[in-house]
Design a binder for this molecule. Structure first.
Ligand code: PGA
Length: 306
C-alpha cells in the first residue's frame, strides 16, 4: 500500500472544505489534480472515503473512521514542519522592544549584554512614556514591553522583572539632604519637579499622595528624567524618580536620596507581551535573557537604598 503525505493533506483539505475546488484553491493545485490524487489514495488503501451528497463532499462511514487518524497525522506533520522552521530560525531574527522612558538605562544595558552573545538577533528599541506604550500594546506593535504596572484592560502575559524603587531626591547641599527620617507631613509641603502627565512614574506618585490624603504640588513639569535631574541639581526643587535613573549622579555625589518617611515607594518593572502574538524563538531568547540578567542589574542598586 502506497500512501503519500500529499494525498493525506488533500484528503484533509477536502474534508475541511467539503469541496474539491475549494481544497484545490487552498492547496494551490488544480481541481483535476486534486480529484486524481484522491482517487489514487482510495485505490491504494482499498476503501471509499468520500461521497458526493448534492453539492457537498462528505465522508463515508469508513471515511469517518479513517479520518480521525489522518487528521491527527496531518496535524502532527504540520507541527513537525513548524518545529523545523523554528529550529532554523533560532538565534536569528529581529525583535521590537518598547520600554518606558524611565526604564531606558535598564533596557539599554540588557540589550548591550544580549548583543554580546546573540550577534544574529537585532533589537529595535523604542523609548516612550506609559501612555504611548499602552497605545502600542493595543495595536500589537512591540514583541516585548518593559514598563511599570501592566495596563488592566488588555489581554497580556507578563512577569515581574525587578523592583523599581521611587526615591525622593535633592541636590547635595539642600537643607533636607542630611536630615534623618523626614516626616511625610514635612516633605509633602514642598513643591516637586515632576514628569509629564501620561508618565507611569507620575501616575504612581500622584496615587501615593492621594492615598496619604496629601496634595502633590509641582512647580515644574519635565518630559524626561534627565531634565528632572538637571533641574534638581540646579536647585530648582525636589524630585521623585526611579532609582534606576540616577546611578551616575549618586556616585558623583551630585544628588542625594532623602531619608523621607514612606520612601522609597515600592514599584516594579514588568516584562510584558500581548497574548496571542506569536512568540518567535528570538523573542523567547531575549525574554529569558532579560528575566535572568535583570536580577544582576537590580543587585547593583541595592547599595543605594540600604
Ligand atoms: P514612565 O514609566 O517613564 O512613563 O514614567 C515608568 C513606569 O511605567 O513606571
Amino acid at each position: 500500500m502506497q500512501i503519500t503525505i500529499r494525498q493525506l493533506q488533500i484528503f484533509e483539505a477536502i474534508v475541511e472544505t467539503h469541496s474539491y475546488s475549494h481544497a484545490a484553491e487552498y492547496l494551490h493545485m488544480t481541481q483535476p489534480a486534486v480529484s486524481m490524487q484522491m482517487k489514487q489514495l482510495e485505490r491504494n488503501i482499498g476503501l471509499v472515503l468520500l461521497e458526493r451528497r448534492g453539492k457537498r463532499i462528505e465522508l463515508t462511514d469508513s471515511g469517518k473512521r479513517i479520518h480521525k487518524y489522518i487528521h491527527e497525522f496531518v496535524k502532527q506533520y504540520d507541527d513537525l514542519l513548524e518545529g523545523i522552521q523554528e529550529e532554523k530560525e533560532k538565534g536569528t531574527g529581529r525583535i521590537k522592544v518598547s520600554a518606558a522612558t524611565t526604564a531606558n538605562h535598564l533596557i539599554t544595558q540588557m540589550i548591550a549584554n544580549f548583543a554580546k552573545t546573540h550577534s544574529n538577533i537585532s533589537v529595535a528599541l523604542e523609548i516612550t512614556n506609559r501612555r504611548k506604550l499602552i497605545d502600542q500594546l493595543q495595536k500589537f506593535e512591540p514583541d516585548i514591553v518593559i514598563m511599570g504596572e501592566p495596563p488592566a484592560k488588555l489581554d497580556l502575559e507578563f512577569d515581574i522583572l525587578i523592583p523599581n524603587p521611587l526615591v525622593m531626591i535633592s541636590h547635595s547641599s539642600h537643607s533636607l539632604a542630611n536630615k534623618k527620617t523626614i516626616g511625610f507631613d514635612e516633605v509633602s509641603q514642598y513643591e516637586f519637579i515632576a514628569r509629564e502627565q501620561g508618565s507611569g512614574t507620575r501616575m504612581a506618585i500622584e496615587r501615593f499622595f492621594k492615598e496619604q490624603k496629601a496634595e502633590f504640588k509641582s512647580n515644574l513639569e519635565m518630559g524626561s528624567n534627565e531634565a528632572i535631574k538637571h533641574a534638581v541639581i540646579a536647585g530648582l526643587g525636589l524630585g521623585i524618580v526611579s532609582l534606576h535613573t540616577i546611578k551616575l549622579e549618586l556616585e558623583a555625589k551630585k544628588l542625594v536620596i532623602l531619608d523621607a518617611e514612606h520612601f522609597p515607594l515600592e514599584r516594579y518593572w514588568y516584562i510584558i507581551r500581548r497574548k496571542g502574538k506569536h512568540l518567535l524563538p528570538a523573542v523567547k531568547s531575549f525574554q529569558d535573557f532579560v528575566l535572568k540578567e535583570a536580577k544582576v542589574y537590580a543587585k547593583d542598586y541595592e547599595r543605594f537604598v540600604q
